[in-house]
Design a protein around this ligand. Structure first.
Ligand code: GN1
Ligand code: MG
Length: 352
């Protein structure tokens, strides 16, 4: 979605000196850096196929920002900037736009290290910890059923039955494996039932943390679109999926995909060190039982989109979702293979 001067004017009352830069982060929204004289901002087009209620999605972020600003949250707060007529979202030609204060940090671009892993785990752990006492009934899930795992599976089954893009023949084996592992969802649902619902991030990947360039430490947790009430283990599981993998989620060299133990242990240590104080017995159990869960769900989501003809995720080439699905399937298998080792490692942090 292309940005135009009208949008910049709506938020800042001027567009004359605006310099526009595209920011590549995420596969759902389109993001721009706007520089006006010396001030910088983020302006974002909200993908309304995914976030069907862009105003409430942004309102959630505003409420979380207010909570953080009033607490001793240690990071810079992602803060929405309103339009000159005091609106959180600006509609223009059927598209929805919003702006944020600029945060002077950078996503990690080089190799993932244990040090970055510890910091990343800590950053997402602190995010949850500092929302421990945040009970706002007005938080509306930005995507209904985002954490409804039975529905994710039902959607997957429907895409198999419909086979609308005639792609099923090529992935029969993968589909069978995933269907055979549905018991994971059933087992997890039982544990989740006993876990408190917390405000979690739901997209805990490295690129959603901005680091201080000089100190190489986190300064902000960003991309709060999917922040909603749900089970804490999901954020941990997604952190493992995205951070502890040996390669990126769309690496076509599937044989390269595995779990890097050093990265796994570093990110786990960082995360648990921040949340252990608030974890319930069921949550400890869910961390162990659910470690491969988000990878399984992500895998199903990529294959569902592939079977549906690529209607959800943006793709760079025709088989992009196929590669993503295969890649995540390999990761899922690798995590499953280390499940006991992982559980033993998590137990090391449990004091009683
Ligand atoms: C999407 O657009 P991005 O990268 O922030 C997706 C996440 C997936 C992720 C996989 C709203 O996030 O759930 O884990 O892609 N966000 C949504 O890269 O579906
Ligand atoms: Mg996201």
């Amino acid at each position: 979605m292309e940005i135009s001067n009208e949008i910049i004017f709506a938020f800042f009352g001027t567009e004359e000196t605006a310099q526009i830069e595209v920011i590549e982060n995420g596969i759902i929204n389109s993001t721009y850096k706007i520089t006006l004289d010396k001030a910088q901002f983020i302006v974002q087009n909200i993908n309304i196929n995914v976030f069907k209620d862009p105003l409430n999605t942004t309102f959630n972020i505003e409420k979380i920002a207010q909570h953080f600003l009033q607490s001793n949250y240690p990071y810079t707060v992602l803060t929405p900037v309103k339009t000159t007529s005091n609106a959180l979202v600006f509609e223009y030609n059927g598209a929805f736009w919003r702006a944020f204060k600029w945060i002077n940090g950078v996503p990690v671009s080089g190799e993932k290290t244990k040090n970055i892993g510890r910091h990343t785990g800590k950053a997402f752990g602190k995010f949850i910890y500092h929302l421990n006492d945040f009970q706002d009934k007005n938080i509306v899930p930005s995507i209904p059923d985002f954490l409804n795992f039975n529905k994710r599976f039902a959607d997957f089954k429907r895409s198999i039955q419909l086979n609308s893009s005639q792609r099923l023949t090529g992935i029969q084996e993968e589909v069978r494996f995933l269907v055979d592992h549905f018991y994971l969802v059933i087992n997890l649902e039982r544990i989740i039932h006993d876990c408190p619902k917390r405000l979690i991030h739901c997209d805990t990947k490295l690129s959603n943390i901005l680091f201080d360039k000089e100190k190489n430490e986190p300064i902000a947790v960003i991309d709060l679109d999917t922040a909603m009430y749900g089970p804490l283990f999901f954020d941990y599981s997604d952190l493992i999926r995205s951070f502890a993998a040996t390669t990126v989620e769309d690496d076509p060299e599937i044989e390269k995909v595995s779990l890097n133990w050093d990265l796994f242990s570093a990110v786990t240590q960082g995360f648990i060190s921040e949340v252990s104080e608030i974890l319930t017995t069921s949550e400890w159990k869910a961390l162990k039982e659910g470690v491969a869960f988000s990878t399984y769900i992500q895998c199903i989501r990529f294959f569902t989109d592939y079977l549906n003809g690529d209607t959800y995720y943006s793709i760079d080439y025709p088989d992009h979702n196929l590669i993503r699905g295969k890649n995540q399937l390999k990761l899922f298998q690798e995590i499953l293979a280390k499940k006991h080792q992982i559980a033993n490692y998590i137990d090391l942090f449990k004091k009683n």
